[in-house]
Design a binder for this molecule. Structure first.
Ligand code: FAD
Length: 339
């Protein structure tokens, strides 16, 4: 059974490296331990916070009650069809390790999502995405414990209400604890390399046959050259979502800013690059005390050391107010605020 630790420094449990305390903290390795931890919380009327790798949160104060860290491990092939495999993994599986395991099995579908920090269980929460691919493209189903009814419920893709960095789990924070996730991955390589800058990197290889392993290594290389390593410089990846605009709004913006990067979405709207907006507003590389905007990637806010969650949020507000004043667009924060 798990140990219950008290007054735990959360610095090692969030990729922004923010120092705040958890009143109690447990690391759970199975459904049984999770249920026991939730029972303990209910007995003491403690609030519950569930964390995977802490790579998409901003902790803004001490967390009362109990923080449950998902450490359940295990992954397996559930079903084999001639053209695809159904795989399943426990929530605490490291996402990038899972991607590598599927590549070793000769499967295709996760290569563009290589090197995203965090756990498998958190991946559906914001429908993780990168380089033109989202989790929902390969998603089959998941099991989650419903903390309202106490039942384990299966969610298929429709029940998850996936959207751009959205899902029913993000919309109902704290209600569901994701236990395990199932994905369908193809055996035959059919890679997607049309998203900048992956398209240029792929072309430079001179390869014509789709090869998921090559795509994965290009994605890793691009990410390592563009994004700060949280182990060196605290960050939570992209801090803002790319705003979605109508065609009419886009045309108005293009009249003023002909170079504005934009991507057509399946629903007919356009995603405008938030990083470009922040860069144009002059924030790239700006430092404000303990926090700042990364010098190479304007979408990433960083902790230069000793930052509080409120410092991060206050810089984020200054940036979004400025972007709104210049472009009339709202920037929405991507990580979840805790505390
Ligand atoms: C350098 C860097 C690069 C990144 N790049 C990308 C990217 O390209 N694309 C992208 O989409 N994201 C990216 N992210 C964000 C982050 O990696 C993902 O959102 C990831 O899925 C978070 O996983 P985690 O385990 O760290 O979640 P956490 O930060 O621990 O949790 C995030 C949210 O999910 C909830 N949660 C966690 N586990 C569970 C569970 N088992 N059940 C229910 N709720 C749960 C938490 O309560 C919290 O609300 C990046 C982050 C960093 C630091």
């Amino acid at each position: 059974m798990f140990a219950v630790r008290q007054q735990v420094d959360l610095r090692a449990y969030n990729s922004l490296g923010i120092t705040e305390r958890a009143e109690h903290l447990v690391e759970i390795h199975s459904d049984r331990e999770l249920v026991a931890a939730l029972d303990m919380a209910a007995e003491h009327a403690w609030p519950v916070t569930v964390l995977g790798g802490g790579s998409n949160v901003v902790v803004t104060g001490s967390l009362p009650g109990v923080v449950i860290i998902m450490r359940s491990r295990g992954r397996r092939v559930l079903r084999r069809a001639p053209d695809a495999l159904l795989i399943e993994g426990e929530a605490g599986e490291n996402w990038h390790d899972l991607v590598n395991w599927t590549l070793d099995l000769g499967l295709c579908g996760l290569e563009n999502l290589s090197l995203i920090p965090g756990t498998l269980g958190a991946a559906p929460v914001q429908n993780i995405g990168a380089y033109g691919v989202e989790l929902q493209d390969v998603f089959h189903s998941l099991d989650a414990l419903d903390r309202v009814t106490g039942e384990i419920r299966q969610f298929d893709r429709a029940a998850c209400h996936f959207g751009y960095r959205e899902s029913v789990f993000k919309q109902s924070p704290g209600r569901y604890v994701i236990l395990r996730v199932r994905l369908i991955l193809r055996r035959h390589a059919q890679v997607r390399v049309d998203y900048a800058p992956l398209d240029t990197a792929w072309e430079a290889t001179g390869l014509h046959r789709p090869d998921p392993r090559v795509v994965a290594s290009l994605v890793c290389h691009i990410r390592q050259s563009k994004l700060p390593d949280p182990a060196v410089l605290g960050n939570a990846g992209s801090f803002f979502k790319n705003p979605l605009v109508t065609r009419h709004q886009l045309n108005a913006l293009k009249a003023l800013y002909p170079d504005i990067p934009h991507y057509l979405q399946p629903d007919g709207r356009y995603k405008v690059a938030a990083g470009w907006l922040i860069d144009q507003a002059g924030w790239k590389g700006v430092r404000a005390g303990h926090v700042g905007v990364h010098a190479r990637q304007a979408l990433v806010l960083v902790n230069h050391g000793g930052a509080r969650g409120e410092d991060i949020l206050s810089l984020a507000k200054r940036i979004s107010d400025d972007v709104h004043a210049r472009f009339g667009l709202e920037l929405e924060m991507e990580p979840q605020r805790l505390g």
